[in-house]
Design a protein around this ligand. Structure first.
Ligand SMILES: Cc1cc2nc3c(=O)[nH]c(=O)nc-3n(C[C@H](O)[C@H](O)[C@H](O)COP(=O)(O)OP(=O)(O)OC[C@H]3O[C@@H](n4cnc5c(N)ncnc54)[C@H](O)[C@@H]3O)c2cc1C
Length: 380
């Protein structure tokens, strides 16, 4: 079946359902295409931060409800067996499974009038998307929200990501051990140029390691060691892996009337690995840019508008990439871990996750405190 639409969104993760929903609110006709029929699985820690929660409210008008989320305020930071900080009254963190979460957002986009189609994008010919099954969908503006290995990005730029900078993560879904207290755990020693996580869910724990693929070394070994430490009860739970951009964002996220959002645009926090908030935010901004460009009859100007709207996000990711050089290199690790355990850094990390502060706010702190913290750590 051939179809024509003002906005075609490829990919129905958070970066796809968000623009579909927002564009419908702005009066555009929308086709939302995914190669999988939803609900579908997506490998992810499922940590929905305060920042993501705000975006969910703004784009979808939904709150954090117990049918979809487990909320925890207890955070532990570790370096292997060593406890760095235990924070029982952290800002709330919401944990979800992506299968029902993505299906809910998709359902809300469809309820708003987006037309859901199932099929995989093969290529783009002019203003027409050609699917693997031969169907063709004409569009005024296209948003590529098809994840880290984006077919839209490949069509535009020849490849979806840079192998030198892309991140990779391994995860298992483990049963919860008896007495599990809903603690959210991060382990800075579980992976080089990355970290490990153990996130509680309503019926399981998601335990994983991830980092910059070219620098983490053998992630399988790291996963085996972390699994032993964090989830000895996991039994035969199967390890799965997936790419995540992890700071590898595209300075020019599209071409003319074709825009990239979420992982397809490389929009994942290079320190925390959080991508859901940026997927929702960038998706909504892409829809607004598309609507503005269409309103004045210049769909080819959509990218220029979108780039302007993305500037604050890009500026923040650039800052976060610089911060990584204090956290991730092996030579800095002992200094960082000592500084982390003995300073207000854990609280700041949590406030960052909650969206209460941004990386820019940390800069003045760094200038003030680093020389003293470094000196203290080196002396001991
Ligand atoms: C191991 C791991 C753990 C993570 N943990 C967290 C976390 O705890 N919190 C957090 O905020 N972020 C986390 N992230 C990052 C987060 O998962 C992503 O940033 C987020 O899913 C991006 O959403 P998206 O909509 O851009 O892409 P996706 O969620 O990947 O959705 C892309 C969609 O596009 C579809 N698609 C792909 N190709 C095609 C095609 N050719 N045609 C049609 N459809 C197509 C796919 O089926 C999919 O539905 C994690 C990532 C990984 C890998």
């Amino acid at each position: 079946m051939d179809a024509d639409t003002e906005l075609l969104v490829i990919g129905a993760g958070p970066a796809g359902s968000a623009p579909a929903r927002r564009a419908r609110a702005l009066g555009l006709s929308v086709v939302l295409l995914d190669r999988a029929e939803l609900p579908r699985d997506k490998l992810c820690g499922g940590l929905v931060t305060g920042r993501s929660a705000r975006a969910l409210d703004q784009v979808f008008g939904i709150g954090i409800t117990p049918d979809l989320f487990l909320t925890s305020r207890h955070m532990r930071f570790r370096a292997g067996a060593r406890m760095l900080a235990d924070k029982p009254a952290a800002p709330p963190m919401h944990l979800t499974l992506r299968r029902p979460f993505d299906a809910r957002l998709h359902g809300l986009a469809v309820a708003a009038g987006a037309v859901a189609e199932t099929g995989a994008l093969d290529r783009i010919e002019g203003h027409c998307a050609v699917l693997k099954d031969g169907r063709r969908i004409g569009f005024e503006v296209l948003i590529g929200a098809d994840g880290a290995n984006s077919a839209v990005a490949r069509a535009l730029f020849g490849r979806a990501y840079d192998p030198a900078t892309i991140g990779f993560g391994l995860e298992i879904e483990a049963p919860r051990p008896p007495g599990d207290d809903d603690t959210v755990e991060v382990d800075f020693e579980a992976a080089r140029w990355g970290y490990g996580w153990s996130f509680p869910k309503q019926g399981s724990r998601t335990v994983g390691v991830g980092g910059v693929k070219a620098r983490t070394g053998d992630l399988k070994d790291a996963m085996a060691a972390y699994r032993e430490l964090a989830a000895p009860q996991a039994g035969a739970a199967r390890v799965k892996g997936a790419f995540l951009p992890f700071g590898d964002f595209r300075a020019v996220p599209g071409q003319g009337r074709i825009l990239l959002a979420g992982d397809a645009a490389g929009l994942v926090d290079p320190i925390t690995g959080e991508g859901i908030a940026l997927a929702l935010e960038s998706g909504a901004l892409a829809a607004e840019a598309a609507a503005d460009a269409l309103r004045i009859g210049t769909p080819d100007r959509a990218l220029a508008r979108y780039r302007k709207a993305l500037r604050p996000i890009h500026a923040e990711l650039r800052q976060a990439r610089l911060w990584r050089w204090l956290l991730f290199p092996q030579t800095m690790r002992p200094v960082f871990l000592k500084g982390f355990a003995t300073s207000s850094m854990p609280d700041r990390y949590l406030r960052l996750l909650a969206g209460e502060i941004r990386y820019g706010d940390l800069r003045s702190d760094l200038i003030r405190k680093t020389p003293r913290a470094l000196w203290r750590a080196l002396r001991t």
